[in-house]
Ligand binder design. Structure first.
Ligand code: PLP
Length: 378
């Protein structure tokens, strides 16, 4: 019979062997899917440039410890993020992607009689969940050039407003707020109203994150949560890591509606290694900036009106029914999205607008060619 240390040793050998095999095959497993029969997914804002190879290596090495619960990984990640955001660890709430941060905030504040102020079009995850709890959504149409109308948003706030939700850059328009205007707006919102700033795509903007993030305001304004995700710039969508930064008291209130959404052990490992690999992130950002600029230049060439996009996507006016355009694109094996999160009654304004995610240069060349062909342009 094997002794306990021997048993442990043989188990460790088996798992080490597994991870050695996995590490050896890492280069080939990392390649993007090459199935040419499936459509190009330019509809879901997935990062098609891939995540850090160092993160992949770290995850593969950690696989052998998958039988354990989290030890210090989540704590280490929270400490790293707190350092990055210039706050203490209690200002960070880690979640399984940033979606749960939005959902638990909606669950905390959404109730009959309460309202949430947001833009139209706008990202509907938090606002939709708020409405499901019986609250109402007060939409303010986007302003000039599909940008924010902070004056209208301020005017929409009333005694029953529980949350103001700002997605920056906005999804689906892709427009980035002027940071000074956004800062002034946040500080002008009545103190009893929670301001929620969703910065899911902020790394990808044309100017650096530090110039645009609202995170430093969490020390000046108690009722403020800023959410970020590892799904976009860091390309870890499938791993599910996100976080909210906010005052510990506000986070504690929201956490009461956490249904157990902490990232897994492997997700935390991937996020930690990705955070450390700034070179890979910068490479991804550069690609987004260049290929997004190419896409908008080509839309200009085709004479198609579009947003000044700074996220992982751009919206443009196709000029034919969006559903029809989507169908014709799918026949060419390219999936694109329509414009969503539009206020009731305003749908007509966006019925011929399309949202396309930024893929690789090759993807976008295919997409532009397909658009020209569908719309009879050259
Ligand atoms: C604006 C915005 N916020 C939050 C999310 C949630 O993403 P995740 O849960 O992957 O962080 C998304 C997803 O696409 C998004 O577009």
């Amino acid at each position: 019979m094997k002794s306990l240390p021997m048993l442990r040793q043989s188990r460790r050998l088996a798992t080490t062997l597994l991870s050695a095999i996995l590490v050896a095959s890492a280069a080939s497993t990392f390649a993007a899917p090459t199935d040419t029969t499936s459509p190009l997914h330019l509809n879901a804002n997935e990062n098609l440039f891939g995540f850090s190879p160092k993160a992949q290596e770290a995850v593969i090495k950690a696989v052998e410890s998958g039988n354990f619960y989290n030890r210090n990984e989540l704590d280490d990640l929270a400490v790293m993020l707190a350092k990055k955001e210039g706050v203490t660890k209690d200002y960070i709430q880690l979640t399984h992607g940033s979606g749960p941060m939005l959902l638990m905030t909606a669950a905390t504040y959404g109730k009959p009689g309460a309202n949430i102020v947001t833009t139209s079009p706008g990202y509907p995850q938090l606002t939709g969940a708020f409405a499901q709890r019986g609250g109402s959504i007060k939409y303010t149409p986007v302003g000039a050039n599909l940008g924010y109308d902070f004056k209208a948003m301020l005017a929409a706030i009333d005694a029953n407003t529980a949350i103001v939700y700002v997605c920056n850059p906005n999804n689906p328009t892709g427009v980035l707020a002027n940071p000074t205007e956004l800062r002034n707006f946040i500080m002008a919102v009545p103190e009893n109203v929670l301001v929620f700033v969703d910065e899911a795509y902020l790394e990808l903007a044309n100017t650096d994150l530090a110039a645009n993030t609202m995170t430093p305001l969490v020390k000046l304004r108690k009722n403020l949560i800023v959410s970020r995700t590892f799904s976009k710039g860091y390309a870890l969508a499938g791993f599910r890591v996100g976080y909210g930064t906010g005052n510990p008291e506000v986070l504690a209130k929201v956490r009461a509606n956490d249904t157990g959404t902490a990232p897994s052990f492997l997700a935390a490992i991937a996020a930690k290694a990705s955070l450390a690999d700034t070179e890979h992130l910068q490479g991804n950002i550069k690609k987004y900036r260049e290929i997004r600029a190419y896409t908008m230049k080509e839309l200009d060439r085709l004479g198609l009106k579009h947003s000044d996009a700074q996220g992982a996507f751009v919206i443009f006016k196709a000029g034919i029914e969006a559903k029809e355009f989507q169908k014709k694109m799918l026949e060419k094996k390219i999936q694109v999205n329509t414009v969503f999160g539009v206020a009731p009654g305003q749908e007509g304004e966006y019925k011929d607008w399309i949202r396309v995610s930024i893929g690789t240069q090759e993807d976008m060349e295919l997409f532009i060619g397909a658009t020209a062909s569908i719309l009879g342009k050259s």
